[in-house]
Design a protein around this ligand. Structure first.
Ligand SMILES: [Zn+2]
Length: 95
């Protein structure tokens, strides 16, 4: 990802209320900046405000087109963040 794209994502994260910006892969090796709606979590789940995200080997293989997936795909399933919204039975005690 280029520095300019990183700066655009950072600026959009600070502004977002009903949408958030994400970098998605539209085809193997082709990235684009997109906007996604912020949705409430289904019953029993939480929504996390992502503060950091790792990109692992599986993500790299996905981006390279090595897995049979549907495009586009937002890589980065290893996140660190804070629970933003929870529903009954979704909140773990002690967190
Ligand atoms: Zn992983």
């Amino acid at each position: 990802m280029t520095e300019a794209l990183k700066d655009m994502v950072k600026a959009e994260i600070l502004q977002g209320k009903t949408t958030y910006r994400a970098v998605q892969v539209v085809s193997p090796g082709k990235w684009e900046l997109t906007s996604k709606p912020v949705v409430d979590p289904p019953f029993g789940h939480v929504r996390i405000r992502v503060e950091r995200c790792g990109v692992c080997h599986s993500d790299a293989a996905t981006v390279d087109g090595l897995f049979p997936i549907e495009w586009p795909r937002v890589p980065g399933h290893e996140v660190v963040g804070r629970i933003d919204v929870g529903t009954p039975n979704s909140m773990m005690k002690g967190l």
